[in-house]
Write a protein that binds this ligand. Sequence first.
Ligand code: OGA
Ligand code: NI
Length: 258
Amino acid sequence: MEAVCAEFFRLPAEEKAAFYSEDTDKPNRLFSSTTYELGDEKYWRDCLRLACGSPVGDTKNNWPDKPKKLREVVEKFVEPTRGVGMELLRLLCEGMGLRPDYFEGDLTGGDVIINVNHYPPCPAPGLTLGLPPHCDRNLITLLLQSTVPGLQVSYKGDWINVESVPNAFVVNFGHLLEIATNGVLKSIEHRAMTNAALARTSVATFIMPAADIPIGPAEELVGEGNPPRYRTVTFDEFMRVYKTVGARRESVEKAFKL
Ligand code: OGA
Ligand code: NI
């Protein structure tokens, strides 16, 4: 997966151009940098975004057909990777006293979205980030973070480097997991740094909810002396707010906290 994704970004620009789009409604596209509604800052990132059904089936026909092996490799990667995420969600349920299939169904019923993030060498790493501080919007993300360092997480007010472990996933909890567990599990704020020497390609696999389902604290985790800490909203409304206030931990928390 890592090899074929790195190979995609090495294709000549003409071959990638057909897939390039700035239309944020397009589920499959190549885009550059990131434009946030709030600031319009630019970041040092190219991104290939792929929407994958579960199972993949015909959805692979919407992905680039170059490199030749891309569709086959992504399909073989995404199905078991989703399986790992689902198994982790089952284990988290067990730890929290939720029924093991609590997250099965609508909360994980959307497409699996893959972000292949490509950070070219940056001539002035002090001037720009690869990706700004954010928490992912979904329940859980499995990240192949590359052996080139760059990922940092916010920890007790500092940014700390996440050490790269070859052939391992970094597992990120997203906003939805925090809301669904009524704050028992916390979303993790993270960002990507740039470096002057080496290109870095990471692969983030997001298990997404179905489009317009209600998102709120699990009833099982709310009760006497333990009131709901977040409003229940539809995922569409959540996304409208997420896009408006920005993806940072505190702004999203403020917008949904009761
Ligand atoms: C993301 C992400 C981090 C990285 O795609 O949401 O956080 O290391 N990527 O590229
Ligand atoms: Ni992220």
